[in-house]
Design a protein around this ligand. Structure first.
Ligand code: HXC
Length: 275
């Protein structure tokens, strides 16, 4: 659990709406925003998960609200946003966290499998931004799109989610420029491997996670609270002139490759050449 360098009331008076906020990375974001005073609304497909998450966050002394719904359904997005504004008064921060993923080679992925992930990750993000706009314009608010680093390179078995997240990053840049004049900032966070999440269960099953850690410069998985703190930073006045930027929080993972030869071989070669 990351210790916050920020005062615990910097987001007091703000209302944050988080899709997929009941679990995993998005619950980490919800918890971090609530820990700094923001009231929290959530939308997701599993109402029991949302209810449990809201009960936990209420213990931090903030107001909470949830509404079941699927981000693929534009009417459900609009209904959840309207209900939140009615219950909590306004919306200052919209976090688009709802996502779907699985490992699958592109040559066997069904068109509907590809479409499903694009519908959740990209079209769902658009739906929320589209209908959240009127509320965010009123508050000079902030959108945080939860992205990924998968599409910065070619990531095997991830064509569907890479295509979707590339689209999400394009939306972040585009909406930042189109809605900046309205006082709306639009940013992204691109998490790397974050431990103890549904995403890592799907992408690094069995002991593959332990092997993966060896290739991460910081040699560990991130924590949901570290993504949460990135969101708190973006929502704070420290980031008031930042828009259109996607902040990578991945321990340096996407920047590097495994060494081409083992270190021991390099040392032997050096010993030979240096005498
Ligand atoms: C191949 C698959 C598949 C799989 C589903 N499909 N799972 N294809 N391999 N493992 C195909 C189905 O066959 C179907 O196509 C189509 O996808 C829709 O599947 P449904 O099960 O009907 O869809 P639905 O119930 O809406 O579920 C959506 C889902 C599911 C994405 C498939 O996994 C889900 O609800 N996920 C939400 C939670 C989640 O994934 N969290 C992890 C996010 S991680 P056909 O052709 O048969 O009809 C993440 C991290 C990114 O985003 C980066 C981290 C570093």
């Amino acid at each position: 659990m990351t210790i916050s360098p920020f005062r615990s009331d910097i987001l007091k008076g703000k209302v944050a709406f988080i899709t997929g906020g009941g679990s995993g990375i998005n619950f980490g974001v919800a918890k971090a925003l609530a820990s700094h005073g923001a009231d929290i609304a959530m939308m997701g497909r599993r109402e029991d998960v949302l209810e449990k998450a809201c009960t936990e966050l209420s213990k931090l002394g903030v107001k909470t609200f949830f509404k079941g719904g699927d981000v693929r359904n534009p009417e459900a997005c609009l209904a959840a946003l309207d209900a939140t504004a009615h219950a909590l008064g306004k919306i200052d921060i919209l976090v688009n966290g709802a996502a779907g993923n699985f490992l699958c080679p592109p040559e066997v992925l069904s068109p509907n499998g590809f479409k499903t992930v694009v519908d959740i990750d990209l079209n769902g993000t658009f739906n929320m931004c589209r209908y959240g706009y009127k509320y965010l314009r009123d508050t000079h608010g902030l959108i945080i799109n939860i992205s990924a680093t998968l599409h910065y390179v070619g990531t095997p078995f991830q064509a569907h989610v890479s295509a979707a997240k590339a689209g999400v990053d394009a939306l972040t840049v585009n909406l930042a420029t189109e809605w900046g004049p309205e006082g709306i900032r639009v940013c992204g966070i691109a998490p790397g491997p974050i431990g103890d999440t549904e995403g890592m269960k799907r992408l690094a099953p069995g002991d593959t996670g332990e092997k993966m850690k060896k290739d991460i410069p910081l040699r560990r998985f991130g924590e949901t609270s570290e993504i949460g703190m990135a969101a708190v930073f973006l929502a704070s006045s420290a980031a008031s002139y930042i828009t259109g930027h996607t902040l990578v929080v991945d321990g340096g993972q996407w920047l590097t490759k495994p060494p081409m030869v083992p270190r021991s071989m390099v040392e032997q070669m050096m010993a030979k050449s240096l005498g």
